[in-house]
Design a protein around this ligand. Structure first.
Ligand code: BES
Ligand code: MN
Ligand code: MN
Length: 461
């Protein structure tokens, strides 16, 4: 199999097609973009038909539609299910973008001398999802598809994949497969390919602290009543101890501890703390005592404030003690922590540390379970061989700190392993202003994916 000549011949069209897809602002979090999200699903349907799917449908759900497509060449052959998402994160803060988020432009960067496409969703996940559409085009146009393929592209990943759980339960047979293939993660670098073998779970909560029943003059009342913002900051500060350990009782009870050998294996992945600090412009790293940076952001659980507000934040000064203060808090979880249990532990603890002078309300948002996949499965081995074919190197297995909660559900509902072949880089700025995806990475993904099909079909015999 040599995918390169076809890609070389069609690469301008591949890039232009992705640019068209990126122009539609499919922001699932904001109801104002409802029509655009739906329009994107129709766009994907057409792309899948053009790429060679026999049958494509837009499946309605209680939320945004799921695009389902398939090409079944022989029911006796194995089936690969591709999962991806067509929704994107809100682009805010918009003033920090160098070019408008939904007007894609190609610019060269230090890491991407071939150019990178700058747009919201370029990497997460429109660009990576579309690599699979173009890989299918390659396979059908060249008569090289060695097995059956199904596509399931959803529009609610960035807001918790609520409808997808419902869809899985109701369509087990339709979605039956031998392996699930996903490109929605990253790799170590262009020179060091890696396969993501783990994702963290998540518990996301919002807290509200109420002091007096109305906003007060901070001179007349200051010092005599609890200021909910001060109290909230104090409570949040108590959630970590001096070793940056999380203080919620029971939080670590079920955390899977890795053996010395496993940690030594992890430490072999190339990493420079100096480059890491430099890329983020920080003088020193920070985190749980006793663990390295790569352990802190993958095999250890965390607790972070994602947003905090209250009181006066407008121009100039206003002397006020606010009645309420709020924060959004995420906890990234690892095997075998149960996100519902952790949410409960958080709630009990947070309520217990509140002084009597305030009232506290904890509202749980969404959550998800962590995932780890073994490297001796046929799926992993087929992916590994695919990278060997196109990078000339064996990829390094690496656990990621991000979450794709639906992956644990795939295992539970469909009984399938997910293989995470991500082609993004940490510097792609997903969820941030100026998100981009290297053209090299995009084309390399399209080049590599067909090799996965080839190896998976051969090894499944
Ligand atoms: N694609 C990301 C997750 C990701 C990125 C995993 C890079 C590993 C490496 C996904 O779209 C995402 O943003 N997930 C959310 C969770 C979701 C419930 C909103 C996350 O990780 O914050
Ligand atoms: Mn994603
Ligand atoms: Mn995302």
């Amino acid at each position: 199999m040599n995918t390169k000549p076809y890609i070389e011949k069609h690469k301008d069209r591949f890039i232009n097609e992705l640019i068209e897809l990126l122009k539609i602002p499919s922001i699932s979090a904001d109801p104002a973009y409802k029509n655009d999200v739906i329009k994107t699903s129709e766009h994907i349907k057409k792309s899948l038909e053009d790429a060679g799917c026999d049958q494509v449908e837009i499946c309605e759900t209680p939320g945004y539609p799921i695009v389902y497509g398939e090409k079944i060449i022989n029911p006796d052959l194995p089936t690969v299910l591709i999962y991806g998402h067509y929704d994107v994160q809100p682009p805010d803060p918009i003033n920090l973008w160098d070019s408008p988020p939904f007007e894609p432009v190609i610019k060269k960067t230090e890491l991407h001398p071939e150019g990178a496409i700058f747009a919201r969703g370029a990497c997460d996940d429109k660009g990576q999802m579309y690599m699979h559409v173009k890989a299918l085009e390659y396979l059908t146009a060249n008569n090289e598809l060695p097995c059956n393929v199904k596509f399931m592209i959803e529009g609610e990943e960035e807001v918790g994949s609520e409808s997808l759980g419902w869809f899985l339960e109701n369509n087990r047979e339709k979605l039956a497969n031998d392996v699930i293939l996903i490109s929605d993660t990253g790799m170590i670098s262009k020179e060091v390919p890696s396969i993501t073998t783990g994702l963290r779970g998540l518990s996301y909560v919002e807290v509200e602290v109420t002091g007096p029943n109305r906003d007060l003059h901070s001179g007349l009342y200051g010092g005599a009543v609890a200021n909910p913002i001060n109290i909230l900051c104090d409570m949040i500060a108590q959630l970590h101890d001096e070793n940056n350990h999380i203080t919620i009782p029971g939080f670590y009870d079920k955390v899977e501890e890795l053996s010395k050998e496993e940690r030594a294996e992890m430490a072999k992945a190339p990493f420079s703390q100096e480059d890491y600090n430099k890329a983020l412009d920080i003088a020193q790293e920070h985190g749980e005592k006793g663990y390295t940076t790569n352990e802190r952001n993958s095999i250890r659980p965390t607790l972070d404030v994602n947003g905090i507000w209250g009181g006066y934040t407008g121009e100039g000064a206003k002397t006020v003690i606010a009645s309420k203060a709020y924060a959004k808090i995420s906890m990234r979880l690892v095997p075998d922590q149960d996100w519902k249990e952790i949410t409960d532990l958080f709630q009990k603890h947070f309520e217990s540390i509140a002084p009597k002078s305030v009232k506290v309300k904890v509202s749980p948002h969404h959550g998800g379970t962590a995932y780890v996949t073994p490297i001796d499965s046929i799926g992993y081995q087929a992916a590994s061989k695919a990278y060997e074919d196109t990078f000339g190197k064996t990829p390094i297995p690496q656990r990621s700190g991000g979450s794709i909660p639906i992956v644990a559900l795939f295992e539970k509902e469909l009984n399938s392993k997910s293989i995470l072949m991500g082609f993004g880089l940490d510097s792609d700025a997903i969820h941030s202003p100026n998100e981009h995806f290297g053209i090299w990475n995009y084309l390399k993904g399209i080049e590599t994916i067909p090799h996965f099909y080839k190896h998976f079909a051969t090894m499944s015999k």
